[in-house]
Ligand binder design. Structure first.
Ligand code: ADP
Length: 397
C-alpha cells in the first residue's frame, strides 16, 4: 500500500489540509480539504484530485470548536472514509527564526524552539504551531515536519539580511528574513521544466496573493526579497500596507493614541487594498467595481510591484525573466498587463493574446525579459520536503 503524506496549513480560524499519495519519490494529490470558521460556524469543504466535491457541510460545535477538534474530525474522516493513516504530517510554519534553514522533524525540543519565534510572527506562528502541539500530544510517534516560509531566503547576503540598526538587534533576531519561501522554492524547481534556459538566470518572482511579496532568484536561489522582519513589509497586500515609513507607526502611537494591539490589528487587517479602496481586499471585486477608489487601489498595487521590480533588478544586476504567481498573479490578466507595461524600460514586451489566455509564456518572442505565469503549489513543496525527510534523504537548504 502506498504511504500518504498529510500537509497542514493552519491559520487562526481555518485549516487547509492536503493528502498526497507517495509511491517511491512520486507524490500524487488525493484530496484537498479546508475547514473554515473554526470556533464559530465551522464548515468543511473537500475536493478530490479531479476537483470534484467530496464534502461540503457545516460542522457541529463539538467537531470544530477549536483547531484540535478540527484535526480530530479530519483524522477520523480520513480514517473512516478513505482508510488513510498518514505516514507523516508536514506543516507550513511561517517562521524558522535565525536557526532553521531547512525543514525539520519536530519533537518537543524543536517545538519549544519554534515557540520562541512567536514574537517574530505573533499572528501566524501560534496558529501554525497549534496543530503540531496537538498531534505531538495525541500521536507522539507520528513523524511531523515543519517547513518554513523563511528557510528559502536563509542564504541572503549579510547586507540583504540587515537593517541599519545597532548590531545587537541582528544578534537577537531582528533581521530581514523574507517569506513565501515555499512558493519561491516551488517556482525555482518548476522553472527547470518550464524555462530551463532561465532556471539559472536572473529571475524575479512576484507572488501576488492576498499576502504578496517578490523574490529575486539567481541560479535558482533567493538573493533578495521584498519582505523583511515580518510579513508586513514590501508590497501592499489585501489588508496590509506593505512598506511604510516607520514614522507613520510612531504617529499612530503618539497622535492617534493607539496601543500595540490596535496598531497591530490596523496594520494587518485594515490597510492595503481594503484600506485604500474602502471597498474590498479582493482584486476580483476591485476589478468589477466602477468606483474610482477601486481603480486607484489597483493602480497603487501595480505601481508598487513595478517599483520593487526595479529594486530586485538592481539586486540581481539585471533581469532575464519575470514570473507571476499566486491568486492575483495567476488569474488577473489585467494586473499582469499593467505590470508588464511598467517593465517596458527593462525590455519586457507582453504577448496580449497569450496573457489573456493565462498561457505559461506571456512575453513576445522579441521581449528582452521573458514573462511567465506559473501556478504555485506550496502544499506540494511541503509534501516533498516531508517525504524527503521521511526517506532520510538530504533536503537542499
Ligand atoms: P492566499 O493564499 O494568500 O490567501 P491566494 O494566492 O489564494 O492568497 O490569492 C487570493 C487573492 O487572489 C484574492 O484575494 C483575489 O484578490 C485574487 N484572485 C483570485 N482569483 C482572481 C481572479 N480570477 N482575478 C483577479 N484576482 C483574483
Amino acid at each position: 500500500m502506498p504511504d500518504h503524506i498529510l500537509t497542514v496549513n493552519a491559520g487562526s480560524s481555518s485549516v487547509k489540509f492536503q493528502v498526497f499519495k507517495a509511491e517511491g519519490e512520486a507524490l500524487e494529490l488525493d484530496l484537498k480539504a479546508q475547514i473554515d470558521g473554526i470556533g464559530t460556524q465551522a464548515k468543511i469543504r473537500a475536493t478530490d484530485a479531479n476537483g470534484a466535491i467530496v464534502a461540503d457541510r457545516a460542522l457541529a460545535q463539538t467537531e470544530a470548536g477549536n483547531v484540535a477538534e478540527a484535526l480530530d474530525t479530519t483524522a477520523k474522516w480520513l480514517r473512516e472514509r478513505y482508510d488513510v493513516e498518514p505516514a507523516a504530517i508536514g506543516h507550513r510554519v511561517v517562521h524558522g527564526g535565525p536557526k532553521y534553514s531547512r525543514p525539520v522533524f519536530v519533537d518537543a525540543n524543536v517545538l519549544a524552539d519554534l515557540e520562541r519565534f512567536v514574537p517574530l510572527a505573533p499572528l501566524h506562528q501560534p496558529n501554525n504551531l497549534a496543530p503540531i502541539r496537538t498531534i505531538l500530544e495525541r500521536y507522539p510517534d507520528r513523524p511531523q515536519v515543519a517547513c518554513f516560509d523563511t528557510a528559502f531566503h536563509h542564504e541572503h547576503s549579510a547586507v540583504a539580511k540587515h537593517f541599519a540598526l545597532p548590531e545587537q538587534f541582528f544578534a537577537e533576531g531582528v533581521r530581514r528574513y523574507g517569506f513565501h519561501g515555499l512558493s519561491y522554492e516551488y517556482i525555482a524547481e518548476r522553472l527547470k521544466d518550464v524555462a530551463p534556459d532561465y532556471a539559472r538566470a536572473r529571475v524575479i518572482v512576484a507572488h501576488l496573493g492576498s499576502g504578496a511579496s517578490m523574490c529575486a532568484l539567481f541560479e535558482g536561489r533567493s538573493v533578495e526579497s521584498t519582505m523583511g522582519f515580518t510579513a508586513l513589509d514590501g508590497l501592499p497586500m489585501g489588508t496590509r500596507p506593505g512598506q511604510i515609513d516607520p514614522g507613520v507607526v510612531l504617529y499612530l502611537f503618539a497622535q492617534k493614541r493607539m496601543d500595540v494591539d490596535a496598531v497591530q490589528r490596523f496594520l494587518y487587517n485594515e490597510c492595503g487594498l481594503r484600506g485604500l479602496s474602502g471597498i474590498s481586499n479582493d482584486v476580483r471585486e476591485l476589478e468589477r467595481s466602477s468606483e474610482p477608489a477601486a481603480a486607484f487601489a489597483l493602480e497603487y498595487f501595480v505601481y508598487r510591484v513595478a517599483l520593487y521590480a526595479g529594486t530586485l533588478a538592481a539586486a540581481l544586476g539585471g533581469v532575464d525573466a519575470f514570473v507571476f504567481t499566486a491568486g492575483i498573479g495567476e488569474n488577473s490578466a489585467s494586473i499582469r498587463a499593467k505590470v508588464a507595461k511598467k517593465l517596458a524600460w527593462l525590455g519586457a514586451a507582453l504577448d496580449s493574446a497569450a496573457n489573456a489566455k493565462h498561457a505559461t509564456t506571456i512575453s513576445r518572442s522579441d521581449s528582452r525579459v521573458a514573462l511567465y505565469v506559473i501556478p504555485t503549489d506550496e502544499e506540494l513543496m511541503i509534501a516533498r520536503h516531508t517525504l524527503a525527510l521521511l526517506a532520510g534523504r538530504k533536503v537542499p537548504s
